[in-house]
Design a protein around this ligand. Sequence first.
Ligand SMILES: *Cc1c(COP(=O)(O)O)cnc(C)c1O
Length: 389
Amino acid sequence: MIDIPLSEILTHLGEERSQYYNSIAPPVIQTSNFAFDSPESFAEKISNEFEHHIYTRGNNPTVQILRKKIAALEKTEDALITSSGVAAVSIAITSQLSAGDHIICVSRPYDWTRKLIENILARFGVEFDFVDGTNLNSIRDAIKTNTKVIYLESPNSKTFEVQDLRGCVAICQQHKITSIIDNSHCSPIFQNPIDFGIDLVVHSGTKYLNGHSDVVLGVICGSEALIRPMFQREFMTFGPIISPLEASMVLRGLRTLDLRVRRSDATAMKIAQYLEKHPRVSKVYHPLLPSSSQYQLAKSQMSGNGGLVSVEIDARNTTEMNTFCSHLKKFLLGVSWGGYESLYIPFYPFYDRLDQNTPSVPFNFIRFYIGLEDFEYLKSDLKHALDSL
Ligand SMILES: *Cc1c(COP(=O)(O)O)cnc(C)c1O
């Protein structure tokens, strides 16, 4: 495990300033291809595309600075930067499976992760089971002789169930299974799954890593032994890259990762405590609230939660839910999260558009993302909407 101080990673790591006029900001090397001095040097480099600059679908110097920082943030040997979080999920999962293999996934993963497994991998002869990740026995009971991957999301999407990472890793090691986790929720600031022995860590970098709601990207972190073949096969073949310009935007976002995530986390905790006491809120979902049934486990794995808080509003019907939503003026209604702006998303408006077997949430369920605004400013918006009921 690699442990470099966070300040070093966010400020200096991966930046070869002497190679570009000692410029403080990294340059955007906006090129598709690179030239070679001689046929000999071309031959040498093309035999090892993983380590050399040949073509930007493989390596690009601006993207590589980002790649080094992301690997260091997750304490892994290497990382790949992809064009979206779902590209990272798809590459990490497909790299570990062949026809006839079996994957176990926690129930209620990110929606497109579920669709990858159910709709696409199934077409290529991969078997799957979705299991209750809060219960190690249900994971253990799902293991078959052909199980190759256990896929985790801790905490998982919308309702934030936490999995016992140490327990999951022990099961994986006993059965020689690769463990993959989506760590978007905690960000590398609050949880490093490698500390628990997880093999591959993916993120939607669109969320906290970029943090400014203006770039879509993903990352995959792991040992060189896992990342190198993944680069050579799935990454180079599927071709999901971000542009050097986008990489430089993400590098700028990353400078303040620690500040932003800690600010969101602190405000979200106060908002969760406020909502818990409000008579028109019937349930609050936040793994680090002492009232959470998974508080002890969450506390032993996560040093913070970040900005996500879900609730069930004490509303009788969707008309009352509409009333509540229409009184929120500062929170924007939108998908995604992890930027500077606070957001909310009710799920009842697209109930009838969800696939039949989507594990659902009640009509009165809303997910909030707490951005960088002031606590009192956000609280008064929530109070206004709750008092309208
Ligand atoms: C948003 C999200 C993804 C997908 O990431 P994109 O960057 O939108 O492709 C995957 N997992 C989780 C937990 C997410 O929240």
